[in-house]
Design a protein around this ligand. Sequence first.
Ligand code: AP5
Length: 214
Amino acid sequence: MNLILLGPPGAGKGTQAKLLIKKYRIPQISTGDILRAAVKDMTPMGGKAKSFMDAGALVPDEVVVGIIQERLNLADCSNGFILDGFPRTVAQADALAKVLSGLGRSIDHVISIVVDNEELLERVTGRRTCRNCGKGFHVSFDPPKSPGICDECAGELYQRDDDREDTMRKRLEVYEQQTSPLVEYYKNKSLLRSVQGIGSIEEIQQKIVSILQG
Ligand code: AP5
């Protein structure tokens, strides 16, 4: 199954992807996670991406398309993959179609997770992420059992630099201008299904699974 999770920052793409990888045993490919790891490791790509990420802007298409091209060629994608945070522009979507066609593959489903901006702001400013395993929490909606400590691996929880309110508002604008046209793009290809992203994490998971099981 080749799946795209589409949605604004904080919609729950990463949260849902982490549940789906357990169920379907296919990898989550998050360009945000890959870029954050590159920034942390101070690679040349990380150096290039950092200023865009800190400003809430998109990293140039050629950088992220290169990441995806390399990642989709790895053996663990042979039974499918979940793209989380990619594509984010029409140019990225066109590039993805080309890469997949070169591999004799195509996208099976695009799930758009819909959440209003006020809720997104609350979610993102309260988000905490495990430095060790990447599991996400929310200080009120999905709190860890012990504050600041990951339930799964006891790693340290941290707040992302781009989750400050002013940067988040910029990310929402960028989503509206550059990414939301993908809803129409995938609707026109009869691949898009929308899911209301308000409700418990489990309820939303069930809605997504029932679409995937069609
Ligand atoms: P990226 O890391 O992809 O961030 P994003 O798309 O902005 O998405 P988020 O990770 O903020 O949100 P999410 O939808 O995964 O929500 P989550 O599940 O964590 O990108 C970061 C930056 O990298 C970009 O700004 C850009 O600079 C760059 N970048 C990345 N990809 C790029 C690309 N393709 N092109 C160019 N640049 C790129 O949930 C959020 C919070 O809500 C959590 O605390 C969670 O616990 C909570 N939550 C989840 N579900 C629920 C629920 N149902 N009810 C209540 N709370 C919930």
